[in-house]
Ligand binder design. Structure first.
Ligand code: AKG
Length: 265
């Protein structure tokens, strides 16, 4: 398909005014299903090849480890193609505008019995306060709830801007004494559903307390085309274009190569 054929103005793909309002107020919404059954099977198959105990894990000795892997798109052309899915990008366009870069993707499998949490944080916290708000899309490959390590969020918490984070190992965490979690809610998802949230929304996932329900999530993030490092002023032109001038890119390409090792440092 040519870029011109993939212009994403189709009103059937768009969020309603009420959904946009809710996203703006609460900082998250559920999109329901964006991918069809065959697409979800392909995503699951590719994901399971890459997100394994053998490849990379998060967690700790006491509570248990679980598979994690960053930038699945580098290793799977099929997954890279889904990052350019027109429906997902139609929604991203309503939030981010006509010029969008792909920021990051990661697979996180909270496997049964792994009690390790990913503690309260904002996704911007991982950037050490260097960049603007961006958009996180969280695809539940399995049903996800509080029991099996699903998301907890603090509705509206994105509106107060970036909170201070400290590093606990590889995790950026908001210290407990600086956070009121009384209003937090579980953000459950059925298998195949996509949740989207602001990178400033305060959220966590607890451990998977079940014996037999894995909780695989594929997280895809997008940012504005002019996303930049507020310290150096540099545009993140190592992030591939997803949409340019309202037209979906044919493939993920950036002006500068992306170096995963450097980004992790
Ligand atoms: O899926 C998870 O367990 C954690 C997801 C998360 O916190 C994130 O993507 O920022």
């Amino acid at each position: 398909m040519s870029g011109a054929e993939k212009t994403i103005g189709d009103p059937e793909m768009a969020l309603s005014e009420a959904q946009l309002e809710s996203f703006s107020h609460q900082g998250f919404i559920s999109l329901g299903r964006i991918f069809d059954d065959a697409q979800l099977r392909t995503i699951s198959t590719e994901y399971d090849l890459l997100v394994t105990d053998e490849a990379q894990v998060l967690g700790n000795d006491e509570e248990g480890f679980f598979p994690y892997r960053a930038m699945l798109n580098f290793r799977s052309p099929a997954l890279a193609a889904f990052i350019l899915h027109p429906h997902l990008l139609a929604i991203a366009q309503q939030i981010l505008g006509d010029d969008i870069r792909f920021w990051w993707d990661q697979g996180i499998n909270k496997k049964p019995g792994s009690g390790s949490p990913i503690a309260w944080h904002q996704d911007n916290g991982y950037q050490r306060g260097r960049t603007q708000e961006f958009l996180t899309c969280w695809l539940a490959l399995d049903a996800s709830d509080t029991e099996n390590g699903g998301l907890n969020v603090i509705p509206g918490s994105h509106q107060a801007g970036l909170r201070p984070h400290t590093w606990e190992g590889v995790h950026a965490v908001i210290p407990g004494d600086q956070l009121d979690t009384a209003d937090s809610v579980g953000l459950d998802a059925r298998a195949g559903e996509v949740l989207i949230f602001s990178s400033l929304l305060v959220h966590q996932t607890l451990g998977n307390l079940t014996a037999d329900r894995q909780r695989r999530a594929w997280v895809i993030q997008y940012c504005r085309g002019d996303q930049h490092n507020e310290v150096t002023g540099e545009i993140y032109d190592n992030r591939a274009w997803a949409v340019k001038g309202g037209v979906v890119a044919d493939s993920l390409e950036s002006e500068r190569p992306f170096d995963l090792v450097r980004e992790r440092a």
